[in-house]
Design a protein around this ligand. Structure first.
Ligand code: PA5
Length: 425
């Protein structure tokens, strides 16, 4: 399990501090499936379900793709791509020699991004994994048509064998197309919303193609959800959920998530969607933003330290870095850096992180640290389970339905009308 350190937040808490009694009630409501949006809480059982059903087929598909292709184009948007991208960048930021390159497309409407990807694909052999629960989202649907054409040009009648569809089990255009064309398909379960789906085929197939040990991810996630069932203020998900709700009540309405590993950037994007879409409704919600440390201390650091006092800060810290990197000694010491000689860069980063925390707390920014053992499959699984559970508890604590996203429809309605989609009003 991750460990949450609230020592940099406690001086900012109101009243008796985090409301663990309410966190307990919300946790109970969640697992009893008696709260708002209970029909979308299947993610709690998702790792075991996937292990019992699709995992073997996911592994087999990934093996096939790895053996024949130099690239996989993953087409999806929001919850249908951020988790996989976060995992791949966190765990395998540089593809190994036998790893296909994974491109993420269909997450915007950029002609330039499309043509850049097509140019990079060149004459590489490639497969496509199209991911859309509804099957109707414009951005991935449009990109998919383009890549299907490309596959058809390249592989002719064999093109359909290069398409893997991850979508609803029964409904939607994508599902019907998959049935008609015989594409291998995987399921986004009915009771799991996009942003909670990373531990299904949505995340696992691209991750496995990229060379991540997804069996390990799933086994760790099963163990993690069990451990997080702890009904006590020792539960890190209660601590994080209750602390941020307490701080929100005091006017800290923006949360910045930071990390000292650049490879965490897309995990932070995944987290932003998870919390933003789950909590931002009914005129409420903590605004989730992200920063990369130490880089952003030289761009956003001024604001964090001394701007409007509405920020709370959560920092993910990996307790053990993957590599030891000792700072070199220099006999001349012309740059004056020999005071660092012989010290591990990770140790220097840890000291920097402590120094930054103290400065921010002194500047009026409540600080929460989320400690994760390592940047590996187990660390990824524990972060996902922790953030998902804490998000649901936190959403219930603020009395919203954390599992819907009615606000996302507004732009789509306008866009479809303005584009002249038949039937759009
Ligand atoms: O969390 C969500 O439900 C959304 O972010 C969806 O994942 C996103 O809108 C994409 O939807 P779909 O998978 O239906 O194309």
């Amino acid at each position: 399990m991750v460990k949450v350190d609230l020592s940099g937040a406690k001086q900012f808490f109101t009243g008796a501090g985090p409301d663990y009694a309410l966190a307990a009630l919300c946790h109970e409501t969640l697992v009893n499936k008696s709260g708002l949006g209970a029909d979308f809480t299947g993610w709690l059982e998702l790792p075991q379900r996937v292990k019992d059903t699709e995992l073997e087929r996911i592994l087999a598909a990934a093996k096939k793709i790895r053996s024949r292709s130099q690239a996989l184009v993953v087409i999806g948007i929001g919850g249908s791509y951020l988790g996989a991208r976060g995992a791949i960048e966190m765990l395998r930021p540089i593809p190994g020699k036998d790893d296909p390159k994974v491109f993420f497309m269909g997450n915007g409407l950029s002609a330039d991004a499309l043509s850049d990807c097509i140019e990079q694909l060149g004459d590489m052999d490639f497969d496509v994994n199209v991911i859309s629960k509804s099957g109707t989202t414009l951005e991935p649907a449009a990109a998919f048509r383009i890549f299907r054409e490309l596959l058809a040009k390249k592989y002719g009648e064999e093109a359909d064998e290069h398409i893997f569809a991850t979508t609803d089990a029964k409904r939607g255009v994508l599902k019907s197309l998959a049935n008609d064309k015989g594409w291998e398909s995987f399921v986004v379960p009915d009771d799991v919303g996009g942003r909670f789906s990373v531990l299904s085929a949505v995340g696992l197939l691209p991750m496995a193609v990229a060379g991540i040990d997804v069996e390990k991810v799933i086994d760790c996630a099963i163990a993690e959800f069990k451990a997080l069932d702890l009904r006590s203020p020792e539960n890190p998900a209660w601590q994080y959920a209750a602390a941020r709700q307490n701080l929100y009540g005091k006017g800290f309405d923006t949360e910045i998530l930071g990390c000292y590993e650049p490879s965490f950037r897309f995990m932070a994007e995944w987290w932003k969607q998870l919390y933003g879409e789950s909590e931002g409704k009914d005129g409420k919600g903590i605004f989730p933003a992200s920063v990369e440390f130490t880089a952003d201390l030289h761009s956003m650091g001024q604001y964090i330290q001394a701007g409007r006092r509405s920020l709370m800060e959560s920092v993910v810290r990996f307790d053990h870095s993957r590599t030891a990197f000792l700072f070199p000694n220099d006999a001349q010491n012309a740059d004056g850096l020999n005071y660092l000689a012989g010290r591990d860069i990770a140790e220097i980063a840890n000291i920097a992180a402590d120094a930054v925390r103290d400065a921010h707390v002194t500047g009026g920014v409540p600080n929460m640290v989320i400690h994760v053992e390592k940047r590996d499959e187990a660390g990824f699984a524990s972060l996902v389970c922790f953030f998902e559970l804490a998000c649901a508890i936190s959403g219930y604590m603020s009395r919203v339905n954390p599992f819907d996203q009615p606000g996302v429809e507004a732009y789509k309605k306008n866009m479809f009308r303005m584009l002249g989609k038949p039937g759009a009003v």
